[in-house]
Write a protein of this length. Structure first.
Length: 241
């Protein structure tokens, strides 16, 4: 199959106006923070959702776009052996005016023209509106630590058209690790780390790319995803002399 792409113009420098307002407090057994932000872009270099012939992601300038949101973080030490921490980001990531180009082919895959579609206040590609993570740390005995961390990422779009047919589903994953350190025995420090990634063996994708085109008057949407590894294990030994 032959495909044709609009060749990107010479890329222009981004211009950003960033306004942020934040508060935070840190004590021995707890801490918290809140941050509000508004990032106004001119000529932001955005991902198109396409890749080139060697697999690199393609970017183009878009005249007007913004990212606005709130970031929350917190930490609480329950006792000497247990500590909880986490963060949450809720955001709105938009392109104010966007033009998408779709090639049109005949039945022999000869390029006939490029169709132009206009989108107003559309979502930025690969920019979930909700991202969250949490960490539970347990210190069962001296020099030992057990960690379990969770991560959630909301729905993402593969391109800038806000099409549900070209998107990545939200996902939730959890990892678990144990580490134990020995000091001044043979070496300055010896640390053993055992780790289980993706505890629940979740099948999910975190990235991908997409192509759309018209073939003999029919619209074709092709999505390609990068699957993440299922449950896996790692054992490591770190030595400091």
């Amino acid at each position: 199959m032959r495909t044709a792409q609009i060749l990107p113009a010479r890329q222009r420098a981004e211009h950003l106006q960033d306004l942020e307002l934040g508060l935070e407090e840190n004590k021995f057994n707890y801490g918290w923070g809140i941050n509000l932000y508004y990032m106004n872009y001119r000529d932001q270099l955005i991902l198109t959702g396409k890749i080139n012939d060697v697999g690199d992601a393609l970017r183009i300038n878009t005249p007007h776009s913004y990212r606005a949101g709130i970031e929350l973080q917190g930490r609480y030490k329950i006792n000497k052996t247990i500590q909880l921490s986490g963060n949450l980001t809720i955001s709105d990531n938009k392109i104010k005016d966007f033009y998408d180009y779709t090639p049109r082919y005949d039945a022999s895959f000869n390029l006939l023209q490029q169709d132009t579609s206009y989108f107003r206040k559309t979502n930025l590609a690969f920019s979930p509106s909700v991202i969250a993570s949490g960490l539970l740390q347990v210190f069962p005995f001296t020099n030992a630590e057990i960690n379990t961390n969770v991560k959630y990422a909301g729905k993402q779009y593969l391109d800038n058209t806000s099409s549900d047919a070209k998107s990545i589903n939200d996902y939730f994953v959890q990892d678990l690790s144990f580490q134990y350190s020995l000091h001044n025995i043979i070496a300055k420090e010896i640390t053993i780390v055992a780790r289980m990634n993706n505890v629940w063996n979740k099948l999910y994708e975190s990235n991908g790319y997409t192509y759309s085109y018209f073939y003999d008057k029919a619209l074709v949407k092709e999505n390609f995803y990068f699957p993440m590894a299922g449950r896996n294990f790692m054992l490591s030994l770190n030595v400091k002399f």
